[in-house]
Ligand binder design. Structure first.
Ligand code: OFO
Length: 170
């Protein structure tokens, strides 16, 4: 059984994961309508992953005797200055999510809720991977500059395709 504090903070995280999904959807839609098909497909997949993160929390809260609340979501921006700025925002958002997950981990230790602590370990590793992959994309986008955005867009598309291939074979 979850304590009220853990239930509440997990519900806060459900809202944050849902917002992440919407934010990346908005970014994907912007990229798609601005000629960046590769960036759009990377973001659409990311949006799906965030939804899956939200679902993981929903299922967990309910399974542990709490009540998961499906939140209303804040409307994300629909305009972005450019691809580099967009990925800077993605990184900033992921760092915020990492801090948010760490806060829950800290609370589970305070509350001696080792089941939730365990459940969160998947998210702790996931955040390390997500931040690293966004940093790698940002490095790449800085290297190519504005001149070779077409090639960058192709590259990022193949990045997702190869990730999907690896996941499918593991
Ligand atoms: Fe980006 O990992 Fe969930 O939010």
């Amino acid at each position: 059984m979850l304590t009220k504090k853990i239930e509440d903070i997990c519900n806060r995280q459900i809202e944050r994961e849902g917002y992440s999904s919407n934010l990346y959807l908005a970014m994907a839609s912007w990229a798609e309508t601005n000629g960046f098909g590769g960036v759009a497909s990377w973001l659409y997949v990311q949006a799906d992953e965030e939804r899956m993160h939200m679902l993981k929390f929903i299922r967990y809260v309910n399974e542990r005797g709490g009540v998961a609340i499906v939140p209303a979501l804040k409307k994300p921006a629909s305009e972005f200055k450019g691809v580099e700025e967009l990925f800077r925002e993605v990184l900033k958002h992921e760092e915020f999510i990492t801090a948010s997950i760490n806060e829950i981990v800290a609370l589970t230790l305070e509350e001696k809720d080792f089941n939730t602590y365990n459940f969160l370990q998947w998210f702790v590793s996931e955040q390390v991977e997500e931040e690293a992959s966004v940093r790698a994309i940002l490095d790449k986008v800085k290297l190519v500059g504005k001149n070779n955005m077409y090639q960058f867009d192709r590259d990022i598309m193949s990045l997702r395709t190869s990730q999907a291939d690896t996941q499918a074979t593991t």
